[in-house]
Write a protein that binds this ligand. Sequence first.
Ligand code: ZN
Ligand code: ZN
Length: 410
Amino acid sequence: MDMTDQLTGGIGQELSWQIPLYEQFHRHPELGLSEHETSAAVAAKLAGWGYDVRHFGGTGVVGVLAHGAGSCVLARADMDALPVTEATGATYASSIPGVMHACAHDMHVVALLGAAKYLAEHRDIWQGTYVALFQPAEETAAGSQAMLDDGLAAGIPRPDIALAQHVMPTEAGTIGTTPGPVLSAGDSVRITVHGRGAHGSMPHKSVDPVVLAASIVLRLQTVVSRETLPGEFAVLTVGSVSAGATANIIPDRAELLLNLRTYDLAIRSHMIAAIERIVRGECAAAGSPQEPEFEYYDQYPLTSNDPQANARVTAAFTNAFGADAVYRTAPQTASEDFSRIPDAFGIPYVYWVVGSVPQAAYRRAVANGTVDADIPANHSPSFLPAVDPTLGVATRAQAAAALAFLAGTV
Ligand code: ZN
Ligand code: ZN
């Protein structure tokens, strides 16, 4: 047995159709809410394997396979690509300039399809209901909500547990799980502050929003450094400041774009209150003629694994892949909209990460301390998971996690 066989077990034989399908999806990436070809291909596969196929939120697809009494497991993959021009040089690189599967969602789709086919063809080893859910538009935080708004919760059997995974730039052949927070809550904030415009030579006639914005940016640095308990995780980034267009005009407004990440919703609430307090205070100090405006957008919920369910999935992974392949991951600072789906049902969920960098290259970069420099991460134009063994591992992981709740093993 080579490494792939050890890691993929009997499900590894699915790779013969999975690899060409993965390359096809990678060549034809589709942006969020426009996953028409991907969605149609997924629906056709599911129907062919005997799944009852339903559509939610435009391009969202759900396949339901009922097989006797037992638990109902929902497994989710996201389908959307990113507005990135691919620079991997792969033979199956994107054929569409400016669009790329730079976050491995194409691999999530094909892995979940592999698990769905395996479960359909091995009904002798499990019973219950399996729900394979393919979600649009994860990257814009719109897709899971779009499916829910379109009646998902009432339109499928009520699941007892939900599962999802993400391919990451860690060592291929490994899987990371953790109880509790695994991905951060993410919020973006657009803040508009108002001044009074004037000629650049007559600052005494102005309320200068450029100076006001600069004070706000500096003062916001204290939200994490001075107001958050040391050791608690919180990120506040001012990603954009814009005001004015030319040297000799003092503009009448400034706009700031902020991004927040937290693992604790109480800390999140405190940060939002602190931001609004600081902005209002600085506006008052500047003599701003109008109240500031706050717009919250691109909001991602917290992803926090149920400890008991996580323990069950971790045991299934250890059984399938061996203890050396399974580790406890640190929470990631990235965010996801997956948890809106289990939260809508009020059910526990488990979200895990699958490595994708060839072992030798990863270990060399770790030894040299050059992981960040040498290994392209998700959203990079050079991000390209090693298909072998990543796809097989991700497929078996989805099957093994589901079977842990459906009285089977893979
Ligand atoms: Zn992404
Ligand atoms: Zn992603």
